[in-house]
Design a protein around this ligand. Structure first.
Ligand code: HEC
Length: 173
């Protein structure tokens, strides 16, 4: 994956498509249309390669604040996962992924609020992130048993690509 290219919208589109194996093309196309707020969104595809423009997604201020706090917790989670893996503590890496990035890291009400305001393709990336965190936790637990960390590292990289793909495609007002 060419993470260094993610600033370019068309590359982001390609990246998002590559990353969205589980997401139907129809879902993505829908995401490139008009967001629920009525704001014209570009999804991950419409902008010219040079525009560097990301689709604007409108969240109410209180939802935005909560979302950004969750984002910072996600980044902290990644840092802690890397540290735990470097220390060879796969069990801890698995636990952090589950707590800070997995499905249960999203407190029901907040996640529902956020999802309401997201274009479908953005929502799909969010779901994908949480699924990948679950897959990473399983791979890390396996690695703790077998001593082979490669699968866990691959899944961790894929999960980070989902962070990159969403940031390349969307911004909040
Ligand atoms: C579903 C889309 C999506 C996913 C997936 C996603 N983010 Fe974000 N993130 C955003 C948006 C949108 C913003 C706001 C960006 C803007 O307005 O410029 C943001 C902002 C952030 C910020 C800035 C927080 C602040 O206080 O300003 C951090 C840090 C961050 N994300 C980390 C992560 C990490 C780490 C991951 C992956 C583990 C991740 N994000 C996954 C959409 C996403």
């Amino acid at each position: 994956m060419n993470t260094h290219r993610f600033g370019k919208a068309s590359r982001a589109a390609a990246l998002a498509l590559l990353l969205c194996g589980a997401v139907s093309a129809a879902g993505l196309a829908q995401g490139a249309g008009t967001g629920r707020s009525g704001e014209r969104t570009q999804g991950a595809g419409a902008a010219s390669p040079r525009s560097h423009r990301r689709a604007l997604v409108r969240f109410p201020p209180i939802v935005k604040r909560a979302t950004l706090a969750t984002m910072r917790r996600h980044l902290q989670g990644l840092a802690e996962i890397q540290q735990a893996m470097a220390a060879g503590d796969l069990e801890t890496a698995a636990r952090i992924a589950t707590m800070k990035l997995g499905m249960s890291s999203m407190h029901g009400g907040q996640a529902r609020q956020e999802a309401r305001f997201m274009p479908p393709a953005m929502r799909a990336l969010g779901m994908r992130l949480h699924r990948q965190a679950g897959a990473f936790a399983l791979a890390a637990q396996d690695a703790a048993a077998t001593g082979d960390v490669r699968k866990a590292q691959v899944v961790l990289g894929q999960m980070m690509q989902t962070c990159v793909a969403c940031h390349a495609a969307y911004r909040l007002n």
